[in-house]
Ligand binder design. Structure first.
Ligand code: IPE
Ligand code: IPE
Ligand code: MG
Length: 237
């Protein structure tokens, strides 16, 4: 089986999972974190090189204060544990999204997590926090415009690679497979630039219930797809 080099997952369905069980939404998010721990370990085991996840969008601030607070508390709980696990497993942790919107202590945890694991050479785990694809492109355009203003870059020299290199995912290859849990069939502002040629899958399973078998099933479906990138298979008539 061909394991995709970069798998991205939109972690969706925590709220519906909680509702189904008759428990508070925060508990759904906690179970979502447990599912993420499992899936991260599994990606390590099967040799995925890049694993990225959509954990908190630029639009998720619209939720109630209580829910946003619960999500931030989960970051406070899980990030130090993730650091320990990442060091044991030689995992490099990165983030995408503007983390300056989070409380100072959480920003420090994220900065620490990134710098402590920066030298690790195994799986690269990229977490989207306050991530929105449009906001990421907006920030990239600002950085490029500043270079033009300083005379470091000519407008006609701005290539697709220039844009990729100014995104939060600079240096990370595009995702091969984007999976959204919970059956919703939309990307909700996740990796619009990087995902241009990704294969998409929308399994019905709610994120807290997502198992290693669900990931293997997605990889099997991926293996049955023909990726053409706009070209054509010359063997066919
Ligand atoms: C995904 O679960 C987690 C975040 C967006 C933070 P949801 O909270 O969106 O769960 P549903 O979609 O309401 O079921
Ligand atoms: C997308 O899920 C964001 C994350 C999973 C972090 P949402 O639940 O916020 O997206 P919509 O509102 O259903 O599009
Ligand atoms: Mg949702």
């Amino acid at each position: 089986m061909n394991i995709p080099s970069h798998i991205a997952i939109i972690l969706d369905g925590n709220g519906r999972w909680a509702k189904k069980k008759g428990v508070p939404r925060a508990l759904g998010h906690k179970e979502g974190c447990e599912a993420l721990k499992r899936t991260l370990d599994f990606c390590n085991d099967i040799g995925v090189k890049y694993f990225s996840v959509y954990a908190f969008s630029t639009e998720n601030w619209k939720r109630s204060r209580a829910e946003v607070f619960a999500l931030i508390q989960l970051m406070r709980f899980y990030l130090p544990r993730l650091e320990k696990r990442a060091m044991e497993k030689n995992t490099r942790v990165m983030t995408m999204g503007d983390i300056s919107a989070f409380p100072g202590d959480v920003q420090k945890m994220l900065d620490r997590l990134k710098s402590t694991t920066a030298g690790n050479t195994g799986l690269c785990f990229i977490m989207g926090f306050n991530y929105g694809g449009r906001d990421e492109i907006r920030r990239a355009v600002q950085k490029i415009a500043e270079k033009v203003r300083l005379g470091e870059l000519e407008p006609q020299d701005i290539s697709e690679d220039t844009i990729s290199a100014h995104l939060d995912t600079a240096g990370i290859p595009d995702p091969d497979l984007i999976i959204r849990a919970s059956g919703e069939m939309r990307l909700s502002n996740f990796m619009p630039w990087q995902g241009a040629y990704a294969e998409l899958e929308f399994p019905e399973v709610l994120w807290p219930d997502f198992s290693n078998e669900d990931l293997m099933k997605a990889i099997e479906i991926y293996n049955g797809r023909e990726r053409r990138f706009g070209g054509r298979n010359e063997d066919e008539a």
